[in-house]
Write a protein of this length. Structure first.
Length: 506
């Protein structure tokens, strides 16, 4: 039984609205607790309030935590009224910041579960997945509410906060997976860099992800939970010579998501800003300082807040294919090809490589569909990242699909995916594509001038070789697509694989 159970109501928001660096925020009245001297049992406070449509992105509930607290437990509910078709209902995310504050940059960050959980706890020795264990120090903590969508009727919520007093446990020293696995030297390595577990809004355990990744023929994966790094310290025992586990985060803003790929262990990247706040560059630089890559995810996805609005000036690569191939992936592929054309037109040598990842959350999501296949010097964090950054990669729907795309000139010049064949504009160039594992798929060769070659469907064996002759004056780059047979209509079939380009010309 709790020793006391008090209720507090939060009034209207107008006079309490404040603006912090970045997104608009609202801070409500402080919830206070008695000191530990009054007894040893848990103490509970319940607060209720209503957020109107148009509420700020983040609403903070300050909680004054006295000395001697062993555990903070938070549970919450909110109403879900019926709304007309086409109108957004209520969705309320939640997280926690400790006594170090809520400043943008996340120094006080202690966890985020979005809308995936109705309760969580934090102690020194352990915490709910999504949250970071550590001391429960005295001071003002903040429960962070994220009204993702608010119905026309408003969003009524109830939060129950329980403090348990007593001697705290010992915070475990984090152990992280190694940055090297047992590779094959310079070779093609398969990976899935966008995955979710129970540490954010997924249902897979980390052990299930590792098992399924191995079954899918993957050599590496990247931890990418929504807005939390809490899983980083739980991957070490699942890595091995056959599986490199990179650490990162899916930074999930209201204006798009970005995968931080292969950051230093324990790196947290804040997400509390919109494109208009002009803050993304700061956090893109943080990702790179932490040794990671900046990869905008599913840039044309149709879910609320998923469409990418920050531009691609900071991108090291872009996730063009996300999960099962759908029309928004087709739009992303066309948009990426347009960026390639623009780089050629403007005479730039810099270009943004494409990737693909599963974004798996739960069964029946297929880990490794699709997967990025990277030519790297070894199976290490640094080598995999270098291969991705250089565009020496292709994307395949499974480990059954393998391909090789090369271009060669008349004097033995040779270039592969992500490379440049340096020849004169009028030099004849032979483009060669070798494929296995793609039965009845059609080969398309795409250039800055569009699709210039479409082959017959591959045989049922799935293997085939295509050669096409061109020149740098005719095609500034060549990339390959393997497509399944279209069901009907003028649209091409779903992708089975596609490559980054081979560039032609001096």
């Amino acid at each position: 039984m709790c020793e006391d159970d008090h209720e507090q109501k939060h009034a209207g928001i107008g006079r309490r609205a404040v603006f912090v660096t970045g997104a608009a925020a609202l801070t409500l009245a402080t919830v206070s607790f008695a000191s530990a001297a009054g007894g040893t049992g848990p103490r509970t406070r319940t607060v209720r309030g209503t957020l109107p449509p148009g509420s700020p992105d983040f609403v903070y509930v300050p909680v004054e935590v006295p000395r001697g607290v062993r555990e903070i437990h938070v549970a919450y509910t909110y109403d879900r009224p019926t709304v007309p078709a086409g109108t957004q209902g209520n969705a309320l995310d939640i997280g926690l910041f400790d006594e170090r504050g809520t400043d943008l940059g996340g120094r006080g960050f202690r966890g985020w579960s979005g809308g995936a959980r109705t309760e969580f706890f934090v102690r020194a020795d352990t915490a709910t997945p999504g949250y970071v264990p550590g001391p429960v120090r005295a001071g003002t903590w903040h429960i962070a509410l994220g009204p993702y969508t608010v119905a026309p009727q408003g969003l009524s919520y109830e939060i129950t906060i329980t403090l348990t007093y007593g001697e705290e446990g010992e915070t475990p020293r984090p152990v992280y997976p190694p940055e090297r696995a047992g590779g094959r030297g310079r070779a093609w390595y398969r990976g899935d860099c966008h995955l979710h577990s129970e540490y954010s809004d997924g249902r897979y355990t980390l052990a299930e992800i590792a098992e399924l990744a191995r079954a899918a023929g993957l050599d590496f994966i990247n931890s990418s939970e929504h807005n939390t790094h809490s899983a980083h310290a739980h991957w070490a025992e699942l890595a091995g010579d056959d599986l490199l586990i990179l650490l990162g985060e899916e930074v999930t803003t209201r204006n798009g998501h970005v995968v931080a790929l292969g950051t230093d262990p324990g790196t947290f990247v804040d997400w509390r800003y919109r494109a208009r706040d002009n803050r993304f560059g700061r956090f893109a630089r943080q990702i790179r300082r932490a040794g990671g890559l900046v990869v905008p995810a599913h840039p044309h996805a149709t879910c609320i807040g998923c469409n990418w609005k920050f531009g691609f000036g900071e991108a090291d690569a872009v996730e063009v294919w996300n999960g099962a191939y759908t029309p928004d992936d087709e739009v992303a592929l066309a948009d990426w090809d347009g960026m390639l054309v623009a780089s050629v037109r403007d005479g730039r040598r810099d270009w943004i490589p494409a990737m693909g990842s599963s974004d798996s959350h739960r069964s029946p999501d297929v880990i490794g569909r699709p997967q990025t296949v990277v030519l790297a010097d070894d199976l290490t964090r640094e080598a995999i990242q270098e291969g991705i950054r250089a565009g020496r990669s292709y994307v395949a729907e499974s480990s059954k699909v393998s391909l090789s795309l090369t271009a060669s000139g008349g004097r033995g010049e040779h270039a592969g995916i992500g490379e440049r064949l340096r020849v004169a504009d009028d030099t004849p160039v032979t483009v060669r594509l070798e494929v296995t594992g793609a039965p009845r798929c059609t080969v398309r060769l795409v250039t800055d001038q569009g699709v210039l070659f479409t082959g017959d469907p591959l045989p049922v064996s799935g293997a085939g070789v295509v050669e096409w002759r061109t020149s740098a004056s005719y095609a500034a780059y060549v990339r390959a697509e393997l497509r399944h047979e279209a069901a009907a209509g003028p649209l091409p079939g779903a992708l089975a694989a596609f490559t980054n380009p081979v560039f032609l010309g001096s």
